[in-house]
Write a protein that binds this ligand. Sequence first.
Ligand code: C5P
Length: 410
Amino acid sequence: MLNAKRVLLIVTGGIAAYKTPELVRQLKKAGASVSCVVTQAAQQFVTPLTLQSLSGDKVYSDLFSLTDEHEMGHIELSRQADIVIVAPATANMLAKMAQGLADDLAGTLLLATDKPVLVAPAMNVRMWEHAATRDNVAMLKKRAIVFIGPDEGEMACGEWGEGRMSEPEEIVAAIAAFLDAEAPLKGKRAIVTSGPTVEPIDPVRYIANRSSGKQGHAIAAALKDLGCAVILVSGPTHQPDPLGVQTVHVESARDMLAAVETAFPADIFIAAAAVADWRVDLQAPQKIKKSGGAALPEIKLVENPDILAAVSKPGPRRPALVVGFAAETETVIEHARAKLAKKGCDWICANDVSAERKAFGGDENTVHLITRAGIEDWPKQSKTAVARKLARRIADHFAAQTHVSGKTSA
Ligand code: C5P
């Protein structure tokens, strides 16, 4: 039920830490891979060696360890996880999280992560009921931190009340339920194109463009994060293949079209690639030589296939939702609207790529989403944020359709 999910488990220093080896065992049994971070205090209750043996991964504890930093920067540790679990979460750790303290590896990771964080508190009932803890819990809930438990029962200190850490199986079930709710695109397949295409002139020269692939790769990752099965067809970029996304590397527009066709069928198609409009008609088999005089080589261009238009064509294999991009330098909305009609796609993400906007290669993007129903102007934001917003918007679109078809069939 947690198949291929990467869990980062942060163990803080409460007596309930003795249950974490069992938690690791059950997470692994459910199909997750687990990396553990232990605080100094946690090591009084559970040994890193136990957690390492059960998780099969190195246990991290030191913020300033040269080896850890060399092997994996602490930010990287939180970025590579799908979900972060703090179990047990002590009153002290909840207070640190509420204040954003980063004085050890656990605190730093929790401040640096962009992934969902779930906490399983464990503490004495009076500490749990203390006004300071109540305030911290309220603040953390407001920031979308998810609480699992604590349960009521007998405490290690002999008192009775709320404050016991939930049992490992309850924590695993809560994580699975959370991930399920977070996966509205589960069961859907998407094909995303990204990056530039490269059109050869001869064996050493080519025509290309400035696309970095940042936006398309971020969209592939964001769709995958919502449970979608994603095939990314990418032209040459410096972006790493997104984790958990099947990536097919191509060079030319014709290669890209062939890879997209091989990747079919799909429910969603997103054309984020900056496909070259033209290719060189006859690629020279050998490097074209300088003739050292008046006779300059002439390059004849021919039109490339339009992948977006081809995929948008009505027919049984047309994906239910086809989204194109319109990179424009002027009258962005008008051009994008015209493109929507011309290509036959369902939505267009229009962005201004004029030199002053620096969208090409930059980390930010200003997008206008054009659908047949109207225009949404999204504020300037990081390409990752644009990708997440688009993925959410797609999930909402499918949810609304299910709702409508549910109603009509009822
Ligand atoms: O026509 P234009 O290149 O402006 O259209 C941009 C949109 O069309 C983008 O979504 C791009 O990925 C897609 N496109 C394509 N194949 C082409 C040209 C553009 O899929 N040959």
